[in-house]
Design a protein around this ligand. Structure first.
Ligand SMILES: [Zn+2]
Length: 425
């Protein structure tokens, strides 16, 4: 940079503006310390907006643009430019304004600054970025619209081997769910495919039908929760197209969550009972047992083991439930074939139903209904990947973007949180 007034030349450094096809005409600072750099295009000509031909007959300049660009040494930087205009001899002298590839028409930012904003926005909020960058809320929003597609770009995918379907509740306890589709790619990366308005079968089916046909036969597994809207959509989709052969796998995570909850509910009930029946001193022995009982037995500290031991003395029922829970988990840990896994789970199931315990009753029915798809896990041991990290990411995105009701916006924000560092860093 040159022409800076008031500074001695030995305090100056020169570096490239990193913007192609412009000359720097002037550099000044305003009262806020912002740099205003006036540039002029060195490119001659434009593509006629009417006939598409290349035109070079000058026709003055358009309105002056002032575009926010990347900051320099902590100072804001604006680029001023008067775009050149050209006249087309073939289209009755119709004029066209020259466009340069480092900004988009009607954008108040250079493309580089838009990308800078996207990077700031990863795991953050529009509000926060707006404040830190001193850019209007709508300007950050506009940058999102320019930079992030609002739906999946199928060109980015060559296969969809494992697809995950899961949901998030948009409002607590109102059954207002959106379905999230993801795919786990060969390198383990979990990519976002879609945010669906609800988790109805027809909505999911429609999404599957809209996947480009070239990808259909690459789809091998769909990992889902035990929700018929998803599984029926997949089954019907596969039945309607002979070239599609997909196996539905109930995500192990959902099964685990299901039977662990049975034990958790019993723990609550039993602790409630014991609080009434035991003396204060006795109850103190078992107080704070919530975390120990959630752990695997081999992960317990000695102190936690003692605490659990006390609890189990007071509640043999809870001890049995805990033992059953750990047994089932260890079945899932074993390298079993699908058939062997089915046998072992059925054996577990009948042992539990023969016992006096009732806390697993609901789960036993779930097993009756879903066992086929649950044991599909054992061939390949695939999981949606949604649950391994992405689930939490989505929850925090949702929390941060509280109030976002449009699914396209939610897609953009999730996409940015998942892919932002890869795409904009
Ligand atoms: Zn023309």
């Amino acid at each position: 940079m040159s022409n800076h007034q008031g500074l001695k030349s030995r305090n100056l450094i020169t570096f490239p503006l990193d913007i192609s096809e412009v000359d720097v005409i002037n550099v000044e600072t305003n009262e806020r310390g912002d740099y205003i750099v006036t540039v002029e295009s060195t490119q001659n000509g434009a593509t006629c907006q009417s006939c598409g031909g290349w035109i070079t007959q000058p026709n003055g300049y358009g309105r002056e643009l002032e575009l926010r660009h990347l900051p320099i040494l902590g100072h804001r930087l604006y680029l001023r430019l008067r775009p050149k205009r050209y006249k087309c001899p073939r289209c009755n002298g119709k004029t066209t304004t020259q466009e340069l590839d480092w900004y988009e028409p009607r954008s108040p930012h250079t493309k580089a600054y838009d990308r800078h904003l996207m990077l700031q926005l990863v795991n953050s909020t529009v509000e926060d970025v707006s404040q830190k960058e001193d850019v209007g809320y709508d300007a950050v929003d506009g940058a999102v619209e320019r930079c992030i597609q609002d739906r999946v770009n199928w060109d980015e995918f060559t296969e969809l081997k494992i697809v995950g379907i899961d949901e998030i509740a948009m409002t607590k306890g109102h059954g207002n769910f959106v379905a999230i589709l993801t795919t786990q790619q060969a390198d383990g990366h979990v990519a976002l495919l879609g945010v669906l308005a609800d988790r109805q079968k027809e909505t999911v089916r429609q999404f599957l039908e809209n996947i480009p046909k070239r990808l259909w036969q690459t789809m091998k597994k769909v990992c889902t929760d035990m929700w018929e809207g998803y599984t029926n959509a997949v089954t019907e989709f596969a039945a309607a197209h002979p070239e599609v052969s997909i196996e539905v796998v109930v995500d192990r995570f959902h099964v685990t969550k299901n039977y662990r909850e049975c034990v958790d509910n019993l723990r609550k009930k039993e602790c409630h009972r014991l609080k009434k029946e035991l003396s204060e001193a006795q109850y103190a022995e078992i107080h704070g047992v919530l975390w120990p009982i959630r752990k695997k037995s081999e992960d317990l500290t000695t102190e936690e083991q003692e605490k659990l031991q006390h609890l189990f003395e007071y509640s043999p029922e809870l001890k049995l439930a805990y033992t059953f829970r750990e047994e089932l988990t260890s079945i899932f840990e074993l390298p079993l074939t699908k058939e062997k896994a089915r046998e072992q789970i059925i054996a577990w199931q009948s042992k539990v139903s023969r016992s006096a315990l009732t806390c697993f009753d609901k789960f036993l029915t779930t097993l009756d209904n879903w066992l086929d798809k649950i044991v599909n896990y054992f061939t390949g041991r695939f999981s949606s990947g949604f649950v391994e990290g992405l689930n939490n990411k989505i929850k925090t995105t949702k929390r941060r973007c509280y109030g976002i009701l449009r699914n396209t916006t939610l897609f953009q924000r999730l996409y940015l949180d998942i892919e932002g560092y890869r795409n904009f860093a």
